[in-house]
Design a protein around this ligand. Structure first.
Ligand SMILES: O=C(O)CCC(=O)C(=O)O
Ligand SMILES: [Fe+2]
Length: 232
């Protein structure tokens, strides 16, 4: 019995973020994120050191379970009453994270350290974040768009964390990032491999998810500068 309790406590501890022992160190790492955002408006990075494999596995298990139920909803485009479920624009399904399960709580700790770290370096005034799981099934895509809606600059920085093992180029589903000065020029392609993260300025960087040829799991997070949650 005690063994079981110890095992479960150890299990939940292992799930946590590893910001202390991360190479090259949390401050240097946050400096790199801030530099990438300033210089190019976006960056991609492997964060499997900071997040630990057990956290990434735990998140993947959660979204797999959600994907088997009807917990995932078709994602919309626009906000509030203007929300359109336009299948010609995006076809993913989503579920918002509440941060209550051990893996979500650990992930929220990571998001919070990014929020605080970017505020300290770039004075972005990020007040909070929101995050959802997303599943793209075979054939699903998200056409070129920016993440912040005109007239309400509330989403400031976007972060996407990928959860897919052994993703190959032939599996499709890459994130294509366009130049902020010329939206017809592709300036980056990110394969949605487990532990990889894309970070970009929500209003500035057009991006697109190419059609996936197998199920593609991710968490998308937005750091916002508004205090009060308003409908999108
Ligand atoms: O999953 C991705 O690579 C990007 C998703 C995205 O652009 C979005 O949800 O707004
Ligand atoms: Fe997006």
């Amino acid at each position: 019995m005690i063994d079981q309790i110890v095992a479960s406590i150890t299990g939940s501890l292992q799930v946590g973020v590893d910001l202390e022992s991360s190479a090259p160190g949390i401050d240097q790492w946050l400096d790199d994120l801030a530099d990438g955002l300033t210089e190019h408006g976006w960056m991609s990075q492997d964060v499997s050191v900071q997040l630990t494999p057990s956290l990434l596995n735990g998140l993947r298990n959660e979204i797999r379970i959600l994907d088997r139920t009807d917990a995932l909803r078709k994602a919309g485009v626009g906000r509030g009453q203007d929300m359109l479920r336009d299948r010609s624009v995006r076809r993913d399904k989503i579920a918002w994270l509440q941060g209550v399960t051990p893996v979500q709580a650990a992930l929220f700790e990571f998001f919070e350290s990014v929020r605080v770290g970017l505020n300290e370096r770039l004075f972005l005034g990020l007040k909070r974040f929101e995050a959802h799981y997303a599943t793209y099934h075979n054939g699903d895509f998200y056409r070129r768009h920016v993440d912040s809606f005109q007239g309400r600059a509330s989403r400031v920085v976007s972060l996407v964390l990928y959860l897919n093992e052994d993703w190959q180029e032939a599996d499709g589903g890459a994130l294509q990032v366009f130049n902020r000065e010329n939206e017809n020029e592709v300036c980056g392609v990110v394969l949605p491999l487990a532990g990889r993260m894309a970070l970009f300025m929500s209003e500035e960087i057009p991006h697109e998810v190419l059609p996936a040829h197998r199920t593609r799991y991710s968490v998308a997070c937005w750091f916002r500068c508004d205090e009060v949650p308003l409908p999108l």
